[in-house]
Design a protein around this ligand. Structure first.
Ligand code: NIG
Ligand code: FE
Length: 436
């Protein structure tokens, strides 16, 4: 038995608690379930009570003397941020491509010339498992330092059976090495690998016949994602891949309408995808179809900024009833960042989302986009105690003071893994080893 933890006197707790079930849209995205002078009571990694400090004090009475007390006075407390879209396991760097793009080359030109995703695929195929684990661990540390406690992670820099499995197995192994949780997605259809050039359908056949069953057999993924884009996979090929994945229980996700309008949003709604990603060029019909189907729009404003593109129409999507989540898209080409706080800032600045909507999109709706809203994404009784204490007083300040990391402390499953902005490595190690 570990001591209960009582976090008290938080200037503001954004609980994200709500009666609305499932992904939130429209006005529900603005309801943060705020408590002023708030308190949280945690036992064995689970939230036991949430309320004002007075309420919690009254409820626990003498027991408060046995608790580990954290005085959060002057600080905002929120759920741990959730990043529902990352390509976190990869080898190498594409810094030179960044320079080339600034000199005038486009993202697709670089990719079609064998760079881009193909370059990272070469570097990921040749990297050893140890190297990839080491590099990924550093990225996970950085996510944690930015208040992120759970991420989704995609394969897709293998595009052959061996390396796709290598990436997914690494995500599984990281469970015993790092406190951050990774929810895995198979994305063998990230591009058509060079060895299948101009034989796209053969690659799709191979993926369906050989890769999907192997991934399912080892239970290595929960979702199946595809880059549906002009010059990559057509909507027809994407649909085949996603429908085939469903046979193995893999839930569809789609990189849709990123570079050009291509019917990706419509396809996401039609195939029952849990989310559609990017959507920079989504059509009005596609947005309406997603609203009707309840498909989550996973928007990536850091990617749009990095590609110097106009961001997705987040404001319009929310107003039309699409539930919106946001993510870093952490990857070596179009968004090499782990900063969810920056992504929240950009959701406001580039997509005109409100500070409250941006926080919902980075917590509860993000958890919905990876099917984890029952465990994480809000501070409610019975949920995992994944929390962030911020060096700001309220949620408006969090979004207003931009480009700065305001994280003060982070708890994962009730263990303080980052204190005063510094990682608490002993606590993190005990947590992965199952002893707290
Ligand atoms: O989500 N659009 C496709 N995939 C990634 C980029 C991957 C890369 O450039 O390495 C994305 O932006
Ligand atoms: Fe992506």
């Amino acid at each position: 038995m570990t001591k209960p933890i009582w976090i008290k006197h938080a200037a503001q707790v954004a609980t994200l608690a709500s009666d609305v079930k499932g992904p939130r849209s429209k006005a529900a995205m603005s309801d943060l379930g705020l408590i002023e002078d708030g308190s949280l009571w945690i036992e064995e990694g689970v939230i036991q009570a949430v309320g004002t400090t007075k309420e919690i004090e009254k409820r626990y009475g003498d027991k408060t003397k046995e608790a580990e007390i954290v005085n959060a006075s002057g600080h905002l407390l929120t759920p741990g941020l959730v990043d529902p879209h990352t390509h976190v396991v990869f080898g190498g760097s594409r810094a030179r491509e960044f320079e080339m793009r600034l000199e005038g080359a486009t993202y697709m030109e670089i990719m079609n010339a064998g760079g881009g995703i193909h370059a990272t695929t070469r570097m990921t195929r040749t990297a050893s498992e140890e190297e990839l684990i080491e590099q990924t661990m550093r990225r996970l540390d950085s996510f944690l330092a930015h208040g992120v406690t759970t991420i989704e992670g995609k394969s897709g820099y293998g595009m052959n059976l061996e390396t796709e499995l290598k990436q997914l197995r690494i995500m599984k192994k990281l469970k015993d090495k790092h406190v951050l949780e990774i929810v895995p997605t198979f994305m063998g259809a990230h591009a058509v690998p060079v060895e299948f050039k101009e034989r796209e359908d053969e690659f799709v056949d191979h993926l369906i016949r050989d890769m999907l069953p192997a991934v399912a057999e080892e239970k290595l993924a929960e979702f199946n994602d595809v880059f549906c884009e002009k010059d990559v996979f057509t909507p027809e090929q994407s649909e085949r891949i996603l429908e085939a994945g469903k046979q193995y229980g893999l839930i569809p996700k789609i990189h849709a309408d990123e570079i050009a309008p291509y019917g990706g949003a419509e396809l996401a709604a039609r195939t029952g995808a849990i989310s559609a990603e990017h959507l920079l060029k989504a059509s009005d019909e596609g947005i309406q179809a997603m609203a009707k189907a309840g498909t989550i729009a996973c928007l990536l404003p850091a990617t749009a900024l990095y590609l110097r593109e106009e961001a997705a129409q987040g404001r319009k999507m929310i107003d039309q009833g699409v539930p919106v989540a946001i993510s870093t898209d952490c990857n070596p080409g179009s968004s090499p960042t782990t900063s969810m706080p920056l992504v929240m800032n950009l959701a406001c600045i580039s997509m005109r989302m409100t500070p409250a909507e941006a926080l919902t999109a980075a917590t509860y709706n993000a958890a919905c986009a990876i099917n984890r809203e029952k465990q994480i994404g809000s501070l409610e009784v019975g949920k995992q105690a994944d929390l962030v204490l911020w060096n700001v007083k309220n949620y408006q300040e969090l979004q207003y003071l931009f480009g700065v990391n305001h994280v003060k402390s982070v708890w994962k499953k009730g263990v303080q893994v980052l204190t005063a902005g510094r990682p608490n490595e002993d606590a993190a190690t005990r947590l992965v080893l199952g002893r707290t």
